[in-house]
Design a protein around this ligand. Structure first.
Ligand code: CP
Length: 344
């Protein structure tokens, strides 16, 4: 059974097909064809352990636009807290185990979407992606990653936005900068992991710009990016030099994240992070680029991560990228539904 957990699990033909389907859904909606029937009579359970604006709205509306139905569950809020450890004596907060939750939801719904950010205490545990893996282990229907320690739906939306902007599916050779930006809190590395993964997969010349070696991403994702670059003909380098990284860039993608060596010790990281407020994306930096397009996954704190001028510039495609979430997720849900049909 196919899940949609990471784009690395997809071969290039599957990845390209999802992007092509998403582009078709977007054209159809623009032409006034609002409804499809790919999910007619089907449903998706959307399990949110963390807040969301875009992901929740776009999955719910996307399912509706394909004739399906979405139900949202928030464990610990409007659904029972869940235990993920095996063999544990459940005398804490959790009222039920993932072994029952995933199996029960599989009897109701045709797919399960999961959003589960790290707990931000111990990276060696969080990097196991246990919540998503738990759903995938026990569910008997496809599971969709709605952001855990990667964000593959955002990857597809970002890739489609870049293809639209450059007017071509072939992004090879574009100079791509993933820049760390300041944020007052330590944030998830998921979108950064994903940006490196997809940008190298698509053959771009990728620079990870971060303030210090502590902000380099987990070796699993650096390794994926290195392998992708080797296979696609792209490249990957790490830079701590703002001017050199921005120089001649075609794409600037911004994200903030917490430094992994300080994971769970955020008071100790704060004095380091607070030195790097100047990593904000502003007009001065963008002027160094090759008229680069700018994007961010959103939500974004204006004048902390990027200035008003950058966000309001015609070269900012963050809203297009957010719009694309609707269409790439329809493509993912339609693909998984079609796979299930083939299986019978
Ligand atoms: N980009 C993104 O996933 O947005 P939300 O957190 O609002 O869902």
């Amino acid at each position: 059974m196919k899940h949609f957990l990471n784009t690395q699990d997809l071969d290039r033909a599957e990845l390209d097909a999802l992007l092509a389907d998403a582009a078709r859904y977007k054209r159809q909606l623009a032409a006034g064809q609002r409804m499809g029937d790919e999910l007619a009579g089907r449903s998706i359970a959307l399990v949110f352990f963390n807040p969301s604006l875009r992901t929740r709205a776009s999955f719910e509306l996307g399912a509706y636009q394909l004739g399906g139905h979405a139900v949202v569950l928030q464990p610990g809020k409007d659904a029972w807290p869940i235990e993920f450890d095996l063999g544990t004596v459940m005398d804490g907060e959790a009222e039920e185990h993932i072994a029952e939750v995933a199996r029960v939801l599989s009897r109701y719904a045709d797919m399960i979407g999961v959003r589960a950010f790290p707990k931000f205490v111990d990276w060696s545990l969080d990097r196991q992606d246990r919540v998503l893996r738990g759903f995938a282990k026990y569910a008997t229907v496809p599971v969709v990653n709605m952001e855990t320690i990667t964000h593959p739906c955002q990857e597809l939306a970002h890739a489609l936005a870049l293809q639209e902007h450059f007017g071509t599916d072939d992004l090879r050779g574009k100079k791509y900068v993933l820049t760390w930006t300041y944020h007052p809190k330590p944030l998830n590395t998921a979108v950064a992991n994903s940006a490196l993964t997809i940008a190298t997969r698509l053959g771009m010349d990728v620079t990870l710009l971060c303030p210090a070696p502590e902000y380099v991403l987990d070796q699993r994702y650096m390794g994926w990016a290195e392998r992708n670059a080797a296979e696609s003909g792209g490249s990957l380098r790490v830079s701590h030099d703002i001017a050199a990284a921005y120089a001649g860039a075609d794409v600037v993608y911004a994200k903030s994240w917490g430094a992994l060596p300080y994971f769970g010790r955020w008071d100790a990281e704060k004095p380091l992070r607070d030195q790097y407020r100047h990593f904000i994306v502003d007009e001065e930096k963008m002027a160094l680029t090759n008229q680069a397009v700018f994007s961010h996954c959103l939500p974004l704190r204006r004048n902390v991560k990027a200035t008003d001028a950058v966000m309001d510039s015609p070269r900012c495609i963050a809203i297009d990228e957010a719009e694309n979430r609707l269409h790439v997720q329809k493509a993912v849900m339609g693909w998984l539904a079609a796979q299930a049909e083939v299986r019978g």
